[in-house]
Design a protein around this ligand. Structure first.
Ligand SMILES: [Zn+2]
Length: 77
């Protein structure tokens, strides 16, 4: 059984997802948040003129950095 952690949030990726798409790098949750792991584009290398050849290209998904939110400076009135 493959085990992978999400490259965005660091949590385990569900086995069902890994079985369905072993090449995935992110979990279902993050995939929804970022709007999908791949962009689907017309293949720039395709020489077909009759049909559009679509390819999936992985998108860059930055890992979440958990930081303390910057404390807002309160201005006294
Ligand atoms: Zn995730």
């Amino acid at each position: 059984m493959i085990k992978k952690n999400c490259s965005r949030c660091g949590k385990n990726i569900a086995n069902a997802r890994l079985e369905a798409m072993p090449e995935t790098e992110i979990c279902v949750r993050c995939s929804k948040v970022v709007g999908g792991e791949y962009d689907v584009i017309a293949n720039p290398l395709s020489d077909s003129i009759d049909s559009i050849d679509l390819v999936r290209v992985p998108r860059f998904i930055a890992p979440i950095r958990r930081r303390k939110p910057a404390t807002a400076t309160r201005v006294a009135k």
